[in-house]
Ligand binder design. Structure first.
Ligand SMILES: *[C@@H]1O[C@H](CO)[C@@H](O)[C@H](O)[C@H]1NC(C)=O
Ligand SMILES: *[C@@H]1O[C@H](CO)[C@@H](O)[C@H](O)[C@H]1NC(C)=O
Length: 286
């Protein structure tokens, strides 16, 4: 009897895994992660998606278009039609969150979301904080004037501008930034997005004070800058949490938001077999 139960558990169809890479990367940067996961879960289907043409597309396509690319990759694969675990790294983690909120009611359903240092609370650096990690790239962002950053043309054609959350110009950000304020349900409020956000069993967030790229690093745990880029707010201290605009508070109170200190540098996540297998691996079991 017991043997039969174990047998049936073992042969049960296992939930596939979808991977999506980060900024300035291609799917092949995640080929090792895909390989390690297939060694860990030999019976699971693993799909390694790419945004458009990869590295270049993560910059010159806006985030809404990148989310559409991810959706295309997922929904053109019949093996993913009954659901999957979404695993997104950095920019890719934000894309997975976007997919969850915008599409989970009418496309292949994500069953669990796992992010590796994703800028879920936005990205900003360069006034009081240092722009590290992406080096010249984030210094270039920080040097853009606020009306350029939030201009229609930059918002339309430049992915990172869609989650650039300038704490000194929050009113302009709220009005003109086209992605993050919508996902936070601060504008174009939609009950459906909130329902969708809460439709996964868990959201597992890997982040670390040693990140060295995402600014502030707490953004990986839904934290954000406070009134400047020196002090930060924890997830629980934010208005979007207190007002539960997109379901974060409900999820957290139900124990379904899990923040894990990876103690990892931003660029280490996809390079360390042991980390992927032993630290991330257990969260992929469902
Ligand atoms: C994959 O791992 C191998 C062996 O550690 C390494 O040489 C290679 O550069 C890695 N590939 C990528 C794309 O990271
Ligand atoms: C949000 O609402 C505005 C005004 O109704 C509309 O122009 C815009 O397209 C909407 N954006 C999204 C992402 O739905």
């Amino acid at each position: 009897m017991i043997n039969l139960i174990i047998q049936s558990l073992l042969t049960q169809e296992q939930v596939p895994i979808v991977l999506i890479h980060g900024l300035q990367q291609n799917a092949k940067d995640f080929s090792n992660v895909s390989l390690w996961l297939s060694e860990l879960f030999p019976d699971r289907y693993i799909k390694n998606c790419e945004v458009g043409n990869g590295a270049e597309s993560t910059i010159i396509m806006n985030i809404n278009a990148q989310i559409a690319e991810l959706s295309y990759c997922i929904n053109n694969d019949p093996k993913l039609a009954s659901g999957f675990v979404g695993l997104g790294y950095s920019n890719g983690g934000l894309l997975m969150r976007g997919y969850l909120e915008l599409h989970n009611h009418n496309k292949a359903p994500m069953k669990r979301l796992i992010t590796l240092s994703a800028p879920l609370g936005g990205f900003f650096c360069g006034t009081k904080s240092e722009c590290y990690g992406y080096g010249e790239f984030s210094e270039f962002l920080a040097a853009l004037a606020v009306d350029v950053m939030y201009s229609k043309i930059v918002q339309t054609a430049f992915g990172p501008a869609n989650f650039w959350r300038d704490p000194y110009n929050l009113d302009i950000y709220l009005e003109h930034c086209v992605t993050l304020p919508v996902l936070d349900n601060l504008k174009n409020f939609s009950e459906q997005r909130k329902t969708n956000f809460m439709s996964v069993d868990k959201i597992v967030l890997f982040g670390s004070s040693k990140d060295g790229a995402i600014s502030p690093w707490q953004s990986a745990w839904f934290g954000t800058w406070a009134e400047d880029d020196e002090k930060t707010l924890k997830m629980e201290e934010r208005d979007v949490y207190v007002q539960d605009t997109f379901g974060l508070k409900t999820m957290n109170e139900q124990g379904r938001i899990i923040r894990i200190d990876s103690e990892m540098n931003h660029f280490g996540y996809y390079k360390k077999e042991e980390f992927i297998k032993n630290v991330v691996g257990p969260w992929l079991v469902m």
